[in-house]
Every structure is written in C-alpha cells, then in structure tokens.
Design a protein around this ligand. Structure first.
Ligand code: PEP
Ligand code: CO
Length: 478
C-alpha cells in the first residue's frame, strides 16, 4: 500500500476548484449513500485496461479516447449512447488500419459530469450567480437557486452513470458492434474530390481486411469480450471519487504473464499466489487530472497517487519539464509501464515549443507513459461574436506535429484524446464539409467546450490514419 495514503488523505492538502455545499446534512447523506452502492466497474476490467495501456506505452497498440466535454444527465438516452459508441467503433476501425495496431477505446462517458471553471461566479443579465460546474454539482439554467451546489446530484450522477454503462455493456454484448454490416462506409457526402480517392482506398482496404478475417474465422465482433469500450472522466470532484473508492483484491495477472511465472516454479510445488489488495476508484476504469488541478502538492495529485487504476494527467504550456518528472515520481514511484497517460494539450501554435522538452524529461526519468495528444483544449478560441469554437485545421495540425515531434525524438505517440459527439452539431469550424463561423448557430448544443461532430470526427480519423501510413511507408514498414 502507498505510504501515508488513505482515500481521504487528499483533504489535508490545498485544493483547487473546490465545491462548497451549504446543505451539510444533505451532503453527508449523499456521500453515505455512495459509500454503500456497488462499484460501477470491476477490478478485472480495470486490470485489462491497464494491460492494454501497457501495450500502448510500448508502441504495440493505439488508444482512442473521446466523448463530450461536459456530459449531461439528459445524454443518458438510447440514441445518444448508441451514436457515440458507433462513432468510436468506426473511428477505431479506421485507426486500426492506419496505425497497423490494435486500438484501445476509452469513452468520456458514464460520469464525465464535473467541469473545472475559470471563475466560480458569473454575471448573467445583470444577476450574479455561481457558474455551471457540471450536472453532478448544479443545474445549467441561469438562476441563482438552480446554480446552488445540490448534494442530491451526486447520487443522481451515480445512477445516470450506471444506466449509461448498463446500456453500453448490454448493447455491445448484443451485437451493436457488428463491424461487418451496419457501418455506413459511404462517406462520399462529406469529402472533397481531392481526398475522395484516398478515402475510397482506405475504405476498400478496411472492408477487404474484415472480409478476410471473417473468411479465416477470426472475427472481431465476438461481443463484449473483444470489443471493449472503457469509461473515463476527469476525477475532479474528490468527495465523489473517494466515496466510490474501495479496497479490493487485485486480479491475477493475465494469462501470458502467468505463464512466465509458472515456468519458474517447479511443477511439484503448489503455487498459492498471495492475495494482494489495492484501492480502486470504481466510478470508471480510467480517471484523469485536469490541467487546472495537477499541482504537485495539491489534493488531486494526493488522491491519484493512491489508486490502482490507470490514470491520465493533462499537460500544457504551464507545466515545466522538471515538474512533470516530479509528478510522475509521485503518482508512479514504481515506474509501472503505461500506468500514466500523459495527455498533452498545448495548441497548434505552441506544441513545437513545449513537447520536445517534455519528451526529453520523461525519457531521462526512465518512466514509460502512454503519450496521448489532446488537440482540442489548446485550440479553443472565440469568434468575433463571442462563440467558443475550434478550427478543424488547427486540431489536425496539432496532431500532425505531435506525431512528427514524437517520431523525431524516438518516442511513440500512442493515441489521441478528442471532444466529439455522434450528433450533427455545429460547434467546430472547418473540415471537408466546410462548416463556417456563420453556420455555428445552427446546432450549437454543447454545455462547455465545442465538440467535433460525427463527420468531422470520422474525417479526422481518416487523416490521422493516413499520417501513420505515410510514416510507416517512409520507414519501409508496409
Ligand atoms: C477537458 O478535458 O474537458 C478539460 C477541461 O481539459 P483541460 O484540463 O486540459 O483544460
Ligand atoms: Co473540454
């Protein structure tokens, strides 16, 4: 067990983005309820994800993480959940082809409610009120009463997460992920003639590969066993995370690692593995620390250093290389490979200035994390009329630069982290469909940051797949 750590030791440290509840009794009752409820995910699932992320860190797999910026309780809806799952599956199939590696899928879903805000208060129509902090904290409606932190929302968050997760598991195990037939590969309507030919080649090759696998009996649609989608959210609200943290038995290592151990044990000895227990955050498989709450001596790093889940840390221009190394040593003192995913988010104009120094520091430290590029959060800007948006070309540019910088440094860019939705929203500009700033008003429905819509997300997956192919071709790998 981690020295001097308990699920509640974070409370002794300075905290950012704190939520203060006036209803102390209601708050304690909500936490007591959460402490009694069963885990939302199992340690076996968490361990499987850890093993998968270890492969990503070692350059043997790719990770795709995506979903809403701010999930609402209202998104717990059959069509919306299906649209998101299908989009992630379609994108991952394109990336399997492009990166020539298995793809680990992690959704920002079933718990991505709490949001860090730049200011705790805001003024709307002349009335000052608390900012919207996410559906698990307060309501969006611009009214001081609705904006008051309401502890009953913590329990509601658990049940909405449970219902979303239940439908994800049920639909994946019932064939929603049949990758052979229901995919709409006909993306002709979204593309320009200049890239149309390239797309068609990719689609044909993906289809051929699927047909081949089916013919030789290796199906990739054998249900939940093989088409896993893991859940994730920002671990911002520590009282919630603490209440769902449990001391649980750590599952036996996967088959391949067991075999290695077995060969070292003489056959006549009965091997009874010791029971190892660890603390698991059971609200999701994967939690990350946001860019605003990753202070080395702060409450969030304290909580995260004690949980056995794989974790993410956002890193931006304000992180110094030295601080990055120190944080890695605190959250992962045993240098477990792939335990930490570094989610870089500098912006297309700044990545070249900061990423090389961060990579060099990590290489010198001996840590082997997963490197993931979040090309969304450093590229947010406002239109002249004040609408928050992101340009497709800048998102793509940050991804391309990330790939090139990692490659030049002898490091592996293991994945991307996107804000996206299966809905036909108009929140990010650009892409082959040519969404302009004037068109943003049509379906701008996000409650926080602008997301890629389905067409933009698929187009991005195709283009990134193309980058990986190009690089492999340069290396002579294909
Ligand atoms: C987010 O991922 O929605 C977010 C708030 O990101 P960051 O912490 O990188 O700003
Ligand atoms: Co966001």
């Amino acid at each position: 067990m981690t020295a001097d750590w308990t699920p509640g030791s974070w409370a002794t440290k300075p905290i950012k983005q704190e939520v203060v509840y006036d209803d102390a009794k209601g708050f304690q009752a909500a936490l007591a309820k959460l402490q009694k409820l069963p885990p939302l995910v199992t340690t076996q699932e968490i361990s499987n994800l850890k093993e998968n992320l270890k492969n990503v860190a070692l350059g043997k797999a790719f990770v795709l993480q995506g979903g809403d910026c701010a999930e609402l309780f209202d998104y717990c809806d059959q069509d919306m959940i299906e649209a998101k799952i299908k989009l992630l599956l379609q994108m991952s199939l394109i990336l399997i082809w492009g990166a020539n590696r298995p793809v680990v899928r992690i959704a920002r879903i079933a718990g991505q409610f709490a949001k860090p805000r730049s200011s705790p208060m805001e003024v709307i129509n002349g009335v000052e009120m608390p900012s919207f902090r996410g559906d698990n904290i307060n309501g969006f409606t611009a009214d001081p009463e609705t904006r008051r932190p309401d502890p009953s929302r913590l329990v509601s968050a658990y049940f909405h997460s449970a219902a979303t997760l239940n439908y994800m598991r049920a639909s994946l195990s019932s064939g929603l992920a049949d990758l052979h037939s229901p995919l709409d590969w006909n993306l002709g309507h979204i593309i320009t003639p200049s890239i149309k030919e390239k797309y068609e080649q990719i689609v044909t090759r993906v289809k051929d590969a699927l047909r081949f696998m089916h013919t030789v009996g290796i199906d990739i649609d054998r249900g939940a066993e093989t088409v896993d989608i893991y859940t994730s959210h920002e671990g911002l609200l520590l009282e919630y995370e603490q209440s769902l943290t449990r001391l649980l038995k750590t599952p036996a290592p996967p088959h391949s690692s067991r075999k290695t151990t077995a060969t070292t044990i003489p056959p006549h000895q009965t091997h009874v593995p010791p029971t190892i227990t660890s603390h698991y955050a059971t609200s999701a498989h994967f939690l990350w620390i946001g860019d605003r709450t990753r202070q080395i001596d702060g409450a969030h790093i304290e909580f995260f250093r004690g949980i056995a889940n794989p974790i993410g840390i956002k890193i931006g221009p304000s992180m110094s290389p030295d601080e990055l190394t120190r944080i890695l040593n605190v959250v992962n003192p045993t240098h477990e490979i792939g335990k930490v995913t570094l989610i870089s988010r500098y912006g297309a104009a700044k990545i070249a200035q900061y990423l090389p120094g961060h990579i060099a520091a990590v290489q010198a430290s001996g840590h082997i994390p997963v490197w993931q590029c979040d090309p969304m959060h450093g590229n947010t800007q406002s239109t002249p009329s004040g609408v928050k948006t992101r340009h497709f070309s800048e998102i793509l540019s940050e991804l391309r630069q990330a790939l090139e910088i990692h490659r030049a440094a002898g490091s592996f860019l293991g994945g991307m982290h996107l804000e996206l939705t299966g809905e036909a929203v108009t929140e990010c500009v650009g892409g082959a469909a040519g969404l302009t700033e004037e068109g943003l008003g049509e379906r701008y429905t996000t409650f926080c940051d602008p997301r890629l819509n389905e067409k933009q997300a698929l187009e991005l997956a195709f283009l990134v797949a193309g980058f990986y192919r190009e690089m492999d071709e340069v290396d002579g790998a294909v």
